[in-house]
Ligand binder design. Structure first.
Ligand SMILES: C[S@@+](CC[C@H](N)C(=O)[O-])C[C@H]1O[C@@H](n2cnc3c(N)ncnc32)[C@H](O)[C@@H]1O
Length: 347
């Protein structure tokens, strides 16, 4: 496949990342950087978005729903996402999921960040029951799905595709399923009434998903730590942030850049899709998410410390793409390349 954006020499990536990505860094920055909502939002509401990435993904939009096209690996990965989320919900049900007599079986609200053309978002929306009192057809317990992406062409493709399924279309019309051409930063900058405290806060969701996105944010204007902290701000206490990404290792360089981006018929994604030095190791995600949770619980006068992690959970499992067979969950392979990860906020 033709290269659609300029690439640096591959081996530059192998020596580049140390300045950008100290492994498992737990640095302390002034508290004001997390406490002021404005740090990541005010005047910079699209700061995590790279114009190059938007341009790259815009060019892929028309083929997004072709199961044999360049999004093939995402289509093949989708059933594993549902499986992984089901495991998270079974191991750590969000408070809204603790069913009391009379409560609705499908009561979880989802946010899909960087939804692309809607492969996961649409499949999740299909599990929202038409009758709110009915059982959800899968363990998702989904009551609603809000899917956001900064790439306009992808949101258009996503909406058009969703309208073809009467059930999903009906959720679009009722507002239970929403596609928004917006950024996480803008969602967090918007205000909603807090149900418990009758005060104004930003929107929060029971399950926030971030599949194959963190390695595409703009490292010139933000950091993966800051982006992750923002993702966690969108999670309700007791809810889950789940995602998938790629570890920054020599095998992942060979697999995801040299082989996966090789010309057809070897390659499975378009050249220029990935930058190896933007891949994130599981240990980094774990440490950054813990730091974000601790700092989010700090107040002006007290530091929350490790107590802020009480009730939180971390899950991580490797996935391997086997040509001809698709994706397989392979515990232990997470430090090599592709993996699913999840963090549950304490209540
Ligand atoms: C590899 S695609 C993954 C799409 C989808 N999550 C999936 O797995 O099917 C990466 C997506 O991230 C989006 N993206 C890039 N930068 C982003 C950012 N800063 N915030 C949110 N989404 C972003 C792109 O527009 C693109 O749709």
């Amino acid at each position: 496949m033709a290269s659609i954006r300029p690439r640096s020499l591959p081996f530059r990536a192998l020596r580049a990342p140390t300045a950008l990505r100290p492994t498992c860094r737990l640095h302390i920055t002034p508290r004001s950087t997390v406490q002021q909502k404005s740090q990541f939002t005010r005047n910079h509401s699209t700061s995590s978005v790279s114009a190059d990435e938007v341009s790259h993904f815009s060019k892929l939009a028309s083929e997004w729903w072709d199961p044999m096209g360049h999004s093939r690996v995402l289509h093949l990965m989708n059933p594993l996402r549902h499986e992984f989320i089901a495991q998270c919900l079974a191991e750590g049900p969000p408070p809204a999921d603790a069913l009391s007599p009379g409560s609705k079986p499908a009561n979880l609200h989802y946010l899909d960040i960087g939804c692309g053309g809607g492969i996961f978002a649409e499949s999740l929306a299909r599990t929202i029951p038409l009758d709110p009192a009915a059982d959800a057809p899968t363990p998702t317990r989904a009551a609603s799905m809000t899917a956001i992406d900064p790439t306009t062409a992808l949101i258009t493709i996503a909406k058009n595709h969703a309208r073809m399924d009467p059930t999903v279309d009906s959720h679009l019309r009722s507002g239970k399923f929403r596609y928004l051409n917006t950024t996480l930063e803008d969602v967090l900058a918007s205000e909603v009434e807090s149900p418990s405290e009758s005060s104004v806060t930003h929107p929060q969701y029971d399950v926030v998903s971030l599949f194959e996105v963190i390695e595409h944010i703009d490292f010139k204007t933000t950091t993966p730590e800051a982006f992750l902290a923002n993702c966690l701000r969108g999670v309700k206490p007791g809810g889950w942030l789940v995602g998938s990404t790629i570890a920054r290792t020599l095998p992942s360089f060979i697999l995801n850049q040299v082989i996966a981006e090789a010309p057809w018929p070897i390659g499975v994604v378009p050249r220029g899709t990935h930058e190896w030095n933007k891949f994130v190791n599981p240990s980094e995600l774990h440490a950054w998410s813990q730091e974000a949770l601790i700092r989010a619980a700090d107040t002006a006068v007290t530091r929350a410390g490790a107590a802020a992690l009480e009730g939180s959970q971390w899950k991580c499992v490797g996935t391997i793409y086997v040509p001809g067979l698709g994706w397989k969950i392979v515990p232990g392979s997470e430090d090599w390349g592709n993996y699913f990860w999840a963090i549950k906020r304490g209540v």
